[in-house]
Design a binder for this molecule. Structure first.
Ligand code: KG4
Ligand code: ZN
Length: 334
């Protein structure tokens, strides 16, 4: 089954063709980062406008790279939630038009579920059940995935998402948006033990996160030094910050896997591109005899191949949308 998938939930306009949920025939991503960089973050109105300009071109490119036409496509899938509402609406309306014009079924896909599905592409043998750590610019969840379309949230952030914390810390350290990748690079030159940034544990909710404290601590650290006229060691600050955030992410997900006696851990979302997090999880999974799956870095951030993969399982489970489908800025993964 060939699915043409569309993704426009944030600042990437993307389209892909995926066969039977696992085989990527094409994967086109048009990123707008260069345009948002001067504002230090995504400007929703600009994102929507760029999606409008790019979406037909990106979808056509996905078909032509797969050497297919719409006649060879069995269903159209689209990210409908969560994300920037104006951005989502562009993809949703485009997909609705395409599905209607070509008389194809329309499959709505939850963006965060699709981040998890990036692993189905990279690891053909991977099947639920598993515990997933989902860490993106807007979400930080630990989820029990008992089947392809059955998710139970075990833990979540109580304030900032991990990626948001990375991006804010990067801004304080004078690094460009989106900051996660720049902090990651700088961290490799720094001492992760140089500064002790706070780590929050919740006794009553051992898989929950809080990242606002560590974010504020970086801000205070930078301000205090600048008031004293001292320079910041940006590499040490980046490494120490990364140590605190990745430490808590990895500890909590490993704890969940052990507590729920699930032998497989899966990483998903943009922050899973982080090298320190990948190293920590590899080491911890090895120590505890857990199987660990993570997507290649290119599939960690937003793309439509992951949407096409999840769409296959949603379709098999009977999920369809009609022309009343709307975008939703917030929607639980459950
Ligand atoms: O999943 P994603 O592409 O978009 C959302 O759905 O939010 O995640 C983007 C987030 C950004 O906050 C970005 O800074 C972060 O992922 N990120 C990283 C790295 N690469 C991307 N954070 C830490 N280390 C990285 N290497
Ligand atoms: Zn995403």
């Amino acid at each position: 089954m060939n699915i043409l998938a569309i993704e426009s939930s944030c600042d990437e306009t993307a389209a892909a063709v995926v066969r039977d949920g696992r085989e990527v025939l094409s994967n086109i991503v048009n990123t707008q980062i260069a345009e948002h960089i001067k504002y230090g973050g995504v400007v929703p109105e600009i994102a929507s406008r760029r999606h409008v300009t790019n979406i037909s071109y990106v979808a056509e490119a996905a078909l032509s790279e797969a050497s297919l036409t719409m006649a060879d496509v069995d269903a159209v899938a689209v990210t409908y939630a969560p994300g920037l509402i104006g951005a989502l609406l562009v993809g949703v309306n485009f997909a609705k038009g395409l599905a209607y014009a070509h008389k194809k079924p329309l499959v709505p896909v939850h963006h965060i579920r699709s981040h998890v599905a990036a692993n189905y592409i990279a690891h053909r043998e991977l099947k639920p059940p598993f515990i997933a750590l989902i860490a993106s610019g807007s979400h930080s969840h630990i989820v029990l995935v008992s089947d392809y379309t059955r998710y139970k949230i075990l833990g979540r952030t109580r304030d900032d998402a991990a990626g948001e914390a990375f991006d804010k810390a990067a801004r304080v350290l004078g690094l460009p948006y989106p900051g996660g990748v720049h902090i990651d690079r700088l961290s490799r030159e720094g001492d992760a033990k140089a500064i002790k940034f706070p780590r929050v544990h919740f006794k009553d909710a051992p898989y929950d996160f809080s990242f606002s404290g560590v974010k504020t601590a970086v801000i205070n650290y930078a301000h205090t030094l600048s008031q004293r006229g001292e320079s910041i060691d940006r590499a040490d600050a980046a490494a120490s910050f990364s140590e605190a955030v990745t430490g808590i992410l990895s500890e909590n997900v490993i704890k969940a896997a052990l507590d729920f006696k699930v032998g497989t851990v899966v990483m998903a979302g943009g922050v899973c591109a982080n090298s320190m997090l990948r190293e920590k999880l590899e080491a911890a999974a090895g120590r505890h005899g857990l199987s660990l799956y993570m997507p290649p870095v290119a599939l960690c951030t937003d793309n439509a191949a992951m949407v096409g993969s999840q769409a296959f399982y949603e379709y098999e489970n009977g999920r369809r949308a009609d022309l009343t489908l709307n975008g939703r800025s917030a929607e639980s993964i459950e």
